[in-house]
Design a binder for this molecule. Structure first.
Ligand code: PLP
Ligand code: COI
Length: 353
């Protein structure tokens, strides 16, 4: 397939000051369409709105998936992507789960690199910032019947971002949710399907209204085992071991999660992927054997947890501060991403400089 590049003749002004998360978008986007049985009409074009029929299936039945990855630029001007192929492979898995036709990962990766390079002046360089890359696929057939659509749009947009949480690396507060559930085995929880996020909003808003940053989800069957957090996977340091819920078909297989596991094991810090009973966590937080809790994600990076709300009561975790293991993982991971540290794992793809 050929990739057309239509450059914008009107460049937007770049944001000044704090970037926040996902508020600004660059000058260009990648788009391709699926029609008559194949993906085609691939182009990089000026960023702008789509025209979609109100009957387009995505509006009614949420046949949509997305991904999140980042480009990092350091002071030397070098630009790196972090495991971008893994995001596109996961996106194809998500597509399969909601009957969106698969795409050619190598073609899209090449287009993604060209898009990032075209808009490279938008990549921030300050520590803790990056260019967030959001590939998305939606169904676009104008039809109300509940069936897999025959038309789709795939697009990639770019957004210069700072920290996902307004308070940056300050520890977050999590609300352990015992009423609502995020996902059950056999559902779509282990895929990056748009509807998962709609279904999580009610609990997320409840947590925010009570003063917490996000929800910590428990399993759908027994409301007993920790699954993950709104937009990140979760790690506990229990008796000196890093413990994280095993991927059992309802948790997103985070690329940061996998990287953190590999990083910890390379430092001989033991990691256990297993069922994590919320009772064990709460006992550990109270008797001091749970010294740290931290979340991992592309947007969230490494996010220390300083407070848990469980059954209406607040518990301080790790003295309310970022712990030693979270700090070490943060420094190593962001160092590799920015090219400040060597990358023995082969995770980064240097695309400039
Ligand atoms: N869990 C959920 C629900 C997420 O939305 C994300 C973000 O992508 C993650 C976990 C972390 O995944 P990753 O590390 O691949 O960004
Ligand atoms: C990410 O970390 O890339 C996410 O997708 C999380 C969130 C912004 C939905």
């Amino acid at each position: 397939m050929e990739l057309k590049i239509i450059e914008s003749d009107k460049k937007k002004s770049k944001p000044q000051g704090a970037l926040g998360f996902g508020k600004y978008f660059t000058d260009h986007m990648f788009v391709m369409e699926y029609e008559n049985g194949s993906w085609g009409n691939a182009r990089i074009q000026p960023y702008g709105p789509f025209t979609l029929d109100p009957s387009a299936s995505v509006f009614h039945y949420a046949q949509a998936v997305f991904e999140g990855t980042k480009a990092y630029r350091n002071e030397k001007g070098e630009i790196r992507l972090f495991r971008p192929r893994d995001n596109l492979l996961r996106m194809n898995d998500s597509c399969d789960r909601v009957c969106i036709p698969s795409f050619d990962v190598d073609f899209v990766l090449d287009a993604l690199v060209k898009l990032v390079l075209l808009d490279k002046d938008w990549i921030p360089t300050q520590s803790g910032t990056a260019l967030y890359i959001r590939p998305t696929a939606i169904s676009a057939e104008p039809a109300l019947g509940v069936h897999a659509a025959n038309k789709y749009i795939f697009f990639i947009i770019l957004s210069p971002v700072g920290a996902y949480y307004a308070h940056g690396l300050e520890p977050v507060g999590l609300y352990v949710e015992k009423e609502y559930v995020r996902a059950s085995k056999g559902g779509t929880g282990h895929h990056k399907v748009a509807g998962n996020y709609a279904a999580s909003l009610k609990a997320g808003e409840k947590a925010k209204s009570l003063g917490y940053d996000q929800v910590m989800w428990l399993d759908a069957k027994e409301h007993k085992y920790v699954e993950e957090v709104g937009s990140m996977n979760i790690f506990f340091v229990l008796d000196g071991k890093a413990v994280t819920p095993a991927l059992g078909g309802s948790i997103l297989p985070g690329i940061t999660r996998r990287s953190v596991i590999e990083l910890l094991r390379s430092k001989n810090i033991p990691v256990e992927e297993r069922l994590v009973d919320i009772g064990e966590v709460m006992r550990g937080v109270q008797n001091g054997s749970c010294t740290e809790i931290f979340g991992t994600g592309t947007a969230a990076v490494i996010s220390p947890v300083g407070k848990l709300c469980y059954e209406g009561k607040d518990y301080v975790v790790g003295g309310g501060k970022m712990g030693a293991i979270a700090s070490q993982v943060y420094e190593e991971l962001t160092g590799i991403q920015a090219g400040k540290l060597a990358d023995p794992f082969g995770w980064v793809k240097k695309i400039f400089g």
